[in-house]
Design a protein around this ligand. Structure first.
Ligand SMILES: [Zn+2]
Length: 444
């Protein structure tokens, strides 16, 4: 059995200094960097996508950074998986250097760290399928998915278009049930977690999670956005994108490819109106989206990566670095990371107390619901849909997925108040009817 290659990864939310740390590690340990941020793979848009400035890269080679020159091309996670693996192999075998993955986009990172995480499409969507997905109402999407794969349809909320579409696309492009594919992908994890974890991880992984307290990070993110607008090239980049967008027919979905980048949608109204209030609204919206994105990134680490790492056991070590106090960056982040890397590369295990500063050790604890990567993912018996006859949203019955959520809904104040109101109403109607009957009897 050949030994797995060592891979260092630097993850964490946007704006915590991942790029800076990865360059320091590369300088100290003789490494090269692989970009794992999907938006930074596009050429240009350097301000909007927060590309690490060239002068701050100190000559360290970066792979998969700005390598897609056609902004409207659809780069897939599958492409990233194979290009990323190729880059890592090249860095190690041809150059004898240490690969350092930095990012970014969680499903990209995940596809490279673990095997079997992405679904291979066997064919493209045909015209009819593509049109259906683009234009059908969510209700129709749900109905179609329920027809092709009733099991997986139950897993999602009937209004969760994004997830329904993903599953439907899998059914269309593989000609199989998405639920079967999901299940196959989970199964090896379960058995490997129990026996040997050889197949789960592609590499021997050391993952640095750069952490910053949200109350410190949020203002930092806000001022980064302000700076992009004041000094940076942000609006020029939005203009460049909007020119391209307007020239395209049909229009690409804003949920796909580069069009998802934070900043474009937000400033698009301003580009056409040039009204100061649209500029301010764009700024606020971009700050809000950026903070939300940071939350999503932390949630992915806590709920997805930690359970997977738990299953992967010794093939994956996650270490938290506290980047809250930038004045202590060198001792808390940089020097600590380099020291731990040396031990890791020497083949030593990282002791628990070195995995996080004491005050942050709770972040590495798995919560009850997410103990294992497998437990949360394949429980079709828990996906039963419950419709509430009393509560509705937009004129449709409120839907809960799974018994736990349903029971929680029954306990909710809003639901209980509605029940109470209906009961009172019924009692009143009964009283009215009885009274009418009594009056009628007296009148006879
Ligand atoms: Zn209800």
């Amino acid at each position: 059995m050949s030994r797995k290659l060592n891979l260092i990864s630097v993850i964490g939310t946007t704006g915590v200094g991942k790029s800076k740390l990865s360059v320091s590690l590369a300088l100290a340990l003789g490494g090269e960097i692989i970009n794992g941020d999907s938006m930074q793979m596009y050429k240009g848009l350097d301000t909007m996508t927060n590309k690490h400035p060239l002068v701050e890269r100190y000559g360290i080679e970066h792979h998969l950074l700005g390598h897609i020159s056609d902004l409207n091309s659809q780069y897939t996670v599958k492409q990233f998986e194979s290009e990323g693996e190729a880059a890592i192999n090249k860095i190690v075998s041809e150059k004898g250097k240490l690969p350092i993955l930095v990012g970014g986009t969680h499903y990209y990172i995940q596809s490279l760290l673990f095997k079997n995480m992405t679904v291979e499409a066997e064919k493209e969507l045909n015209k009819e399928e593509a049109e259906f997905i683009e234009s059908a109402e969510t209700k129709a999407i749900f109905a179609k998915l329920s027809e092709l794969d009733p099991v997986v349809a139950q897993k999602f909320h009937p209004k969760d278009r994004r997830k329904l579409v993903t599953a439907l696309k899998i059914c269309f492009t593989t000609g199989r049930k998405a639920s079967e594919i999901y299940k196959e992908q989970r199964q090896p994890l379960t058995t490997q977690a129990n026996e040997n974890n050889d197949l789960l991880c592609r590499f021997r992984n050391l993952v640095f999670w750069v952490w910053c307290e949200p109350e410190v990070l949020d203002p930092r993110l806000d001022s980064r956005v302000d700076a992009m607008l004041e000094r940076g090239n942000l609006l020029n980049e939005v203009r460049q994108m909007s020119d391209l967008y307007n020239s395209l027919d049909p229009k690409p979905s804003m949920e796909s490819g580069v069009w998802q980048v934070i900043g474009f949608k937000e400033f698009l109204p301003y580009i056409s109106t040039a009204a100061e209030q649209d500029k301010m609204a764009g700024l606020d919206e971009m700050k809000r989206t950026t903070r939300k994105y940071a939350d999503t990134q932390v949630r992915w680490i806590r709920k997805k990566l930690l359970p997977l790492a738990n299953d992967a056991r010794k093939d994956m070590t996650i270490v938290i670095l506290d980047a809250t106090d930038l004045l202590k960056w060198k001792e808390n982040v940089e020097d600590r990371a380099i020291q731990i890397c040396h031990n890791f590369l020497a083949g030593k295990d990282i002791p628990i107390e070195a995995k996080s500063p004491k005050h942050l050790s709770h972040l590495l604890q798995l919560d009850d619901k997410h103990q294992s990567s497998t437990k949360t993912k394949w429980e079709p018996e828990r996906w039963k849909h419950y419709e509430c006859d009393i509560c509705s949203i937009d004129g449709e019955k409120f839907v809960c997925i799974g018994e736990d959520n349903w029971n929680a809904h029954l306990r909710q104040r809003r639901h209980r108040q509605r029940v109470k109101r209906i009961k009172e109403h019924e009692a009143f109607e009964r009283w009215k009817a009885e009274k009418a009957a009594a009056t009628a009897a007296t009148n006879e």
